[in-house]
Design a protein around this ligand. Structure first.
Ligand code: F6R
Length: 244
């Protein structure tokens, strides 16, 4: 639990940088699972600063994003492709061929094959060295909404109505918020070597309390993380305020 979002985000960026430089020293790739949304923005800002001011190179980094809305044009202001380039990729030296984000522009009959390939690519690289997570008010991780199973893999999902309401301002009205997304599954996330779940502010206090202290259930998918040993929750004081 950190004093505020800034100190917590600097800690998370340092954890990521340590993996990157360790892998560099071994001549290996660092395989990172990344999240979008408000929560990781300062983490990405600090990674950009480490690149610009302290010479941290991302040449050996391969990334897989958790999710993308569906359908979604990559050039749309609300796409996660746009988000990732705006906040991170445009400002660092990651080779563009190393960036993977679920494709929101696929024809429906291309989705299953795309999802299988996404899983296989991660596996063929030896799995994710680190997965960054935020948490939704429904308890979703990625877009694994209530009802998602522990065994779920990358797939097309229907967004929960609360999740869509939270996105209303970005899309200028509920009718414009996508109804679906492509997301890594709970099992895809669970296989990462390390998982960092980040949450800031009072708004997240109740769902953080449920995620850590409710019985494990599909009703709050983040509770699945309780059965893993490689998970760290990084919180600010407000997000941690309901933990007993
Ligand atoms: C984003 C993602 C989501 C968000 C969650 C929290 O890639 O997978 O699970 O992490 O909806 O969003 P923010 O950070 O905007 O509160």
């Amino acid at each position: 639990v950190y004093e505020n979002q800034i100190s917590a985000s600097i800690y998370v960026a340092q954890r990521i940088a340590a993996i990157i430089t360790h892998k560099q020293s071994l001549g290996q790739h660092a395989v990172l699972g990344l999240a979008t949304g408000n929560t990781p923005i300062l983490v990405y800002k600090e990674l950009v600063r480490l690149h610009r001011e302290e010479g941290l190179s991302f040449q050996n980094v391969i990334t897989f994003n958790l999710d993308e809305y569906f359908p979604m044009q990559s050039t749309d202001a609300n796409s996660y492709v746009t988000f990732m380039h705006t906040h991170l990729f445009n400002h660092i030296d990651i080779p563009s061929k190393n960036i993977h984000i679920p494709n929101g522009m696929l024809p429906i009959d291309g989705i299953a094959g795309f999802c299988d390939t996404y899983e296989q690519r991660i596996a063929s690289l030896g799995g994710l060295d680190l997965q960054l997570l935020g948490i939704g008010l429904t308890g979703h991780i990625g877009f694994n909404e209530p009802g998602s199973t522990f065994e779920s893999t990358t797939r097309l999902v229907t967004l929960n109505s609360l999740t869509r309401e939270v996105a209303v301002d970005d899309f200028n009205g509920l009718e414009n918020v996508p109804t679906h997304a492509i997301t890594m599954g709970v099992s895809t996330i669970a296989q990462a070597k390390e998982i960092l779940l980040l949450a800031w502010s009072q708004k997240k206090a109740s769902i953080i309390q449920q995620a850590l202290q409710n019985p494990i259930s599909a009703e709050v998918p983040a509770t699945y993380l309780q059965q893993l040993s490689n998970v760290e929750f990084v919180l600010d004081k407000e997000a941690a305020s309901l933990l007993q």
